[in-house]
Design a protein around this ligand. Structure first.
Ligand code: HEM
Length: 482
């Protein structure tokens, strides 16, 4: 995923304890491997082995030649005899898992007991299978992400890790080759060709009565609250002041709540992208518009841009054409309230409606603040080889390995999917979902003077996923010592 230069960082004390993935997507290390691990047997000798050969990289901003990030599923911790209980009041998504029946219904992965059309037909291949429930054929205990400068080094490191972990009873459920190479324009694109990784929440230290700041800028001074994308640090790291005016609670490891500090949760979804089907659907949609209205400005590319809500190069769509590439502080209420430029149901507008759900000017501020209580820090990378636009499908696996950091899975990741992305009644729409991620169906777009409705196909499918705990470095060392 693309890395916009974000100039916030953690104070040295917290940076030394936090995994580097929190502050950066390792953009300077364009190659990588996501390894989904399963451990058979007792004990945690395998975690000690990881500590030797691929220790998680700290968030101190040093640009090393290799980077690593580690995260555990609930079943992974449980298999090592570690309990990880969340706050007792509510069902805990981390404990229950992403494919627990009620959760997967709310995430729209399951409808009337069946997997929906945007999940691979046989059902998801992998999860943490929490509680031993047979939700998926493969059980994942940990995710190890290796980032490298070159493809041969990514390969070599993966080989070293596999060889070292096999004698400890660890098998690799899946290895996804991830890459992040910018194109000739310097843009990082996902497989459909769109600039990705642009809009992110920007943390600041919101702790009352503090004397120093945990989030700092390049000058070492307190990082100010960003008016458009500012979120309290506790939205992405446990133990810090969050958007609900409390220290973000994390899981208590063996009853100890202090071990959560500087850790977080990661929602992971492996999405398969069918590039040929996407562009075929866009061609068909544009042809349908032109058949009804030969004067319409309809091309596969501009329809695709309206599915996403940005141009292929990442500029936000305004009512009078694309805005500047760097304009990410764009607010919908003043500049495009009816979705004439950026359709109300487009992927970015659903993913983060900003102040766009306000119906009166006096609601703008409250609704922007409310939307910012549901932000996720995206650290996705694409996997698989690219397929040029217009080429027929080659049967190869490619897609997006979506990783999103947040401290409250229910209020952040699940809310975004349930209330915005997969909500058939989102904004003023009716009976349609995210045209990028949902099963195929209608997508309506306001236009001058018409409203157009296009039927989009299914081109993104979920292959597996789970909620993971991303420990702080001291918590990782603690897990390795148990
Ligand atoms: C194959 C899967 C996906 C693809 C290809 C994809 C692609 C994109 C692209 C091209 C953008 C615009 C550029 C940017 O701001 O980064 C974007 C933005 C975004 N996406 Fe996705 N995405 C995928 C899955 C998801 C999922 C599963 C979620 C949420 C659970 C999500 C949430 C968001 C959010 C929150 C934004 C930023 C909106 C904003 O702040 O303006 N995406 N995505």
């Amino acid at each position: 995923m693309a890395e916009r230069s974000v100039n916030w960082r953690l104070s040295p004390e917290h940076a030394a304890q936090t995994q580097g993935l929190v502050v950066s997507g390792f953009g300077h290390l364009p190659y990588g491997r996501a390894l989904l691990l399963h451990h058979e047997g007792e004990g945690n000798g395998w975690v000690r082995k990881i500590a030797e050969i691929a220790p998680p990289t700290p968030a101190d901003g040093k640009r090393l030649k290799r980077g690593s990030a580690i995260a555990f599923t609930h079943s992974g911790l449980q298999a090592m005899g570690i309990t990880a209980a969340g706050p007792p009041a509510a069902p805990d998504p981390f404990v229950e898992g992403m494919f627990e029946t009620n959760r997967s219904r709310r995430l729209n992965d399951r409808r009337d007991g069946e997997w929906n059309g945007a999940v691979v037909p046989e059902g998801p291949h992998w999860s943490g299978n929490p509680g031993g429930a047979e939700q998926t054929p493969h059980t994942v205990h940990a995710l190890l992400v290796l980032y490298a400068e070159t493809e041969p080094d990514a390969d070599a490191w993966t080989g070293e890790v596999e060889a070292a972990l096999a004698p400890c009873g660890v098998s690799i459920v899946k290895t996804l080759p991830m890459e992040l190479r910018p194109d000739e324009k310097g843009i990082f694109r996902e497989h459909f060709g769109f600039a990705d990784g642009i809009s992110q929440p920007i943390p600041y230290d919101a702790t009352p009565d503090r004397t120093s700041s945990t989030v700092i800028g390049d000058d070492g001074e307190a990082f100010p609250e960003d008016p458009a994308h500012g979120v309290p640090l506790g939205e992405i790291l446990f133990g810090h002041w969050n958007g609900h005016h409390e220290y973000a609670p994390g899981p208590a490891l063996n009853g100890d709540t202090s071990l959560a500090l500087n850790g977080t949760y990661m929602a992971v979804r492996e999405y398969k992208q069918d590039v040929a089907a996407f562009w075929k659907s866009m061609e068909a949609g544009a042809a349908g518009i032109l058949a009804a209205d030969p004067d319409a400005d309809a091309t596969a590319e501009n329809l695709a841009e309206r599915v996403i809500g940005r141009t292929v190069d990442g500029a936000m769509l305004g009512p009078d054409g694309p805005l500047g590439q760097d304009d990410n502080d764009f607010m919908y209420f003043d500049r495009d309230p009816n979705g004439i430029g950026c359709p109300l149901g487009s992927h970015v507008r659903r993913g983060n409606p900003r102040d766009g759900l306000a119906t009166k000017p006096e609601q703008k501020k409250t609704l922007l603040e409310a939307a910012n209580r549901h932000r996720i820090l995206r650290r996705a990378r694409k996997f698989g080889r690219g397929l040029p636009r217009g080429a027929p499908d080659d049967g190869e696996d490619r897609g997006l390995f979506f990783m999103a950091l947040n401290t409250d899975i229910q209020r952040q990741f699940e809310f975004v999917i349930q209330t915005w992305i997969m909500n058939p009644d989102f904004s003023t729409l009716y009976d349609e979902v995210d045209p990028l991620l949902g099963p195929g169906g209608p997508m309506s777009m306001r236009d001058r003077p018409l409203r157009r409705i296009v039927d989009v196909h299914t081109y993104v499918r979920l292959v597996g996923g789970e909620y993971f705990f991303v420990p702080s470095l001291p918590a990782f060392e603690w897990i390795a010592k148990q």
